[in-house]
Design a protein around this ligand. Structure first.
Ligand SMILES: NC(=O)c1ccc[n+]([C@@H]2O[C@H](COP(=O)([O-])OP(=O)(O)OC[C@H]3O[C@@H](n4cnc5c(N)ncnc54)[C@H](O)[C@@H]3O)[C@@H](O)[C@H]2O)c1
Length: 307
């Protein structure tokens, strides 16, 4: 028996794969680009393939006896905004292909990371799952679209589709140019390299973050929950200002040089402006447990080891 992780060579997917090695099943990573993890993928099975090509998915499903699927293959902003057609092919059609193939092969559970960015910048927090979406990016509109497609598959086929809307996930291995905003990652990584960093945002910019190990734990908790069929759940982030992150880094790396030079009133100040704590939180553990100091301590020490 085996577990499939599409996009398993990526930032969250690879952390997830390493954790799932404890699960006593084969862990198969299906990713467009497996070369980047070849050296460090001990114990993992690597399959190169493209989710937008249903044939390549079917071949992998034929080859292994999958019981569960974590579908993380996607492209993120700014790539989605630069090429919405490509993003549609991978993020929407790719998700439909994974759902269709999973159903064809009798998979019972599919776990999917959606995004807190399904809520737009113009509304005031807190939000609940019952609130209407108002996406402001191609990326978030495709997240909504795939949530809905997942819900339709859950209703019409025998598959538990469980999606979580993550805030900004940070930690070692994140590509610093990807995502709604790169500054939390860049602040840490440049400081670890001993380089000065200028954040092009006001210091009071406040966004919700979650550490990658907590995000992975949430995916695993959701996968292990026996009593959930279809569900889309908001995940609450730790709300921190850019200055709080910079101060936290300086506590660990006193020589870190982080300055603020806002060049524009970036929309990150407004976006992701709230995801309400959920009543299900205690039940599924849908909140990161790490606080800022702990996140930075782990992030910096692991990034320093990898340097
Ligand atoms: N990083 C975050 O802050 C965040 C927040 C919310 C949701 N998410 C979601 O989590 C998932 C993983 O994000 P990540 O941060 O690990 O991104 P990532 O870019 O590090 O990983 C994505 C992986 O998907 C692979 N991929 C891309 N196109 C593919 C294709 N056509 N076929 C097969 N594989 C393909 C890439 O090679 C990459 O390894 C995505 O669905 C993303 O939208 C991420």
């Amino acid at each position: 028996m085996a577990i499939l992780i599409t996009g398993g060579a990526g930032f969250i997917g690879f952390h997830l794969a390493e954790r799932l090695l404890e699960a006593e099943k084969k862990i198969v990573i299906f990713d467009l680009n497996i070369d980047k993890i070849k050296e460090e993928a001990e114990g993992l099975i690597l399959e190169q393939g493209d989710v937008s090509n249903i044939k390549s998915l079917e071949e992998v499903f034929e080859k292994y006896d999958f019981t569960d699927v974590f579908h993380l293959a996607a492209i993120l902003p700014p790539l989605t905004e630069e090429d919405p057609y490509k993003a549609f092919k991978i993020n929407v059609e790719g998700t439909m292909n994974v759902l269709k193939t999973a159903c064809k092969f009798g998979i019972k559970t599919m776990i999917y990371p959606s995004s807190a960015t399904v809520f737009g910048p113009d509304r005031k927090p807190p939000f609940t799952e019952a609130d209407l979406h108002d996406p402001w990016t191609v990326y978030s509109s495709f997240k909504i679209c795939t949530e809905i497609i997942g819900s339709i598959y859950a209703k019409n086929f025998d598959i538990n589709f469980r999606a979580v809307r993550f805030p900004i996930v940070i930690g070692p291995g994140r590509k610093s140019f990807l995502g709604i905003t790169p500054y939390p990652t860049q602040m840490v990584e440049e400081s670890v390299k001993g380089k000065p960093y200028t954040a092009e945002i006001p210091p009071d910019t406040k966004l919700p973050i979650i550490y990658v190990d907590d995000a992975v734990q949430i995916l695993i908790n959701l996968w292990r929950s026996k009593d959930i069929n279809f569900e889309i759940i908001n995940v609450d982030g730790l709300w921190v200002t850019a200055k709080e992150i910079a101060d936290g880094i300086k506590k660990i790396i006193p020589s870190a040089e982080i300055t603020f030079k806002p060049v524009k009133n970036v929309y990150v100040q407004q976006i992701l402006s709230g995801v309400k704590k959920q009543k299900e939180e205690a039940k599924y553990g849908l909140k990161g447990k790490r606080l800022l100091d702990e996140i930075l301590q782990e992030y910096i020490s692991r990034s320093s080891d990898e340097k």
